[in-house]
Design a protein around this ligand. Structure first.
Ligand code: NI
Length: 396
């Protein structure tokens, strides 16, 4: 069996699906049309079980029953972004202000392509393949992966390993990249309100200056990553907004700030909000103010399992050649909710190269001119189908 050759033979099928999905992008939690297309296509292909609306979301979960007890899962995300497309391509978004600027259209189409190849070779599959089409990857507050895991998507039959990938314009078409361990960061958000006492600017002694307190809070929070976290543990603390005051001659009652915290390590992640609170408490108390602190956990760090990832990288070298399977030297401080699956079952998350200078597919993710090199789609199809086939053969 030559998965790469077979994937190239169904390229049109995959490209057509990708373009249809691309033209009708849907925001997180509203993937109605997309999930309908996915479910219809899975039934057409001959996938044994298709569940729509899994976990009371717009998710679609398919199951291909092979010959064996073990189950491997593949995941694609389906949601788009509130961005106005500027590619000018004939298959550009027909929905104003909404765009597949993160390639989830390609992820969905590639997983459908992989399903088609796996159904074709069902007799030789040494177990089951679960196909997870997930909503809500882009918006932290709707928590796509987390809800599916809670609703039991990794159970019945129990999933032994999971694979997922993301298109990556900085990587050349034809190549994939990953490594064992942490590849993406946790992504948490916070909101701080400093309370003081408003007063006229000319009488600062009559009030409690929240702007001055806030400036010291900003300094103290930046002290955490630079002076309290081990320098060998990557972490980011960014304050993205700060708001207070209306007039140049009035000290405001309150100042609000919001921001994000990123780490590659769960222990550091748990510690940072404790240090933040310590700083807030001390500084506001010292100047007679008070504070409110809301810290909300988003996705955990994305940690690739060592054993499964080594197995996957070796298998992919056979499929794509040694030179096309790159060891990811540096993780990214971006976040991805695939991490939620990897907290429960071992697996690997890959970057799939879609960068092609001549075709101009070099704009970064979430850019209005982002596009994927469609020659990469058969490679993604082959990667997903071959890996699940191989993993089941090795674990039967
Ligand atoms: Ni994405």
């Amino acid at each position: 069996m030559d998965f790469l050759k077979e994937a190239r033979e169904i390229k049109d099928f995959v490209v057509n699906l990708r373009r249809v999905i691309h033209q009708y992008p849907e925001l997180s939690g509203r993937e109605f049309r997309t999930s309908e297309l996915v479910a219809d296509t899975l039934r057409e292909i001959g996938v044994d079980e298709v569940i729509e609306g899994f976990g009371e979301t717009t998710a679609v979960v398919g199951l291909i029953r092979g010959r064996g007890e073990n189950t491997v899962a593949l995941r694609a995300d389906m949601d788009a972004l509130p961005i106005e497309e500027e590619t000018g391509k004939p298959y550009a978004s027909k929905v104003k202000g909404v765009m597949h600027a993160c390639g989830h259209d390609a992820h969905t189409a590639m997983l459908l392509g992989a399903a088609k190849l796996l159904v074709k070779h069902k007799d030789r599959l040494k177990g089951n393949v679960k196909l997870i089409f997930q909503p809500c990857e882009e918006r932290q507050d709707c928590r796509g992966a987390k809800r599916l895991v809670a609703a039991g998507v990794l159970k019945n039959p129990d999933v032994g390993a999971i694979f997922g990938l993301h298109v990556f314009p900085e990587l050349e078409t034809g190549k994939v990249a990953t490594c064992p361990g942490a590849v993406l960061a946790s992504s948490d958000v916070f909101k701080i309100t400093i309370h003081g006492r408003g007063t006229h600017a000319s009488k600062p002694h009559k009030g409690i200056d929240t702007v001055l307190i806030a400036s010291q809070v900003v300094n103290a929070l930046h002290h955490i990553v630079s002076r309290r976290v081990d320098p060998l543990d990557p972490a980011v603390l960014t304050i993205g907004t700060i708001k207070g005051g209306e007039a140049e001659n009035v000290i405001p009652d309150t100042v609000e700030m919001t921001g994000t915290v990123r780490t590659l390590n769960e222990a550091v992640r748990k510690q940072i909000p404790l240090w933040m609170e310590e700083a807030l408490k001390g500084i506001t108390a010292a100047y007679g103010g008070s504070y409110e602190f809301n810290y909300s956990e988003g996705t955990p760090p994305l940690i690739n399992d060592k054993k499964v990832t080594t197995f996957a990288m070796n298998s992919l070298k056979e499929l794509l050649g040694d030179e096309n399977v790159l060891y990811l030297e540096k993780p990214s401080m971006g976040g991805e909710d695939f991490a939620e699956y990897l907290k429960v079952v071992p697996g690997t998350y890959f970057r799939l190269g879609t960068g092609n200078r001549e075709k101009g597919t070099i704009y970064p993710l979430h850019n209005p001119r982002f596009d994927v090199d469609e020659d990469a789609l058969p490679i993604g199809v082959a990667v997903l189908s071959f890996l699940s086939f191989r993993w089941l053969s090795a674990n039967s």
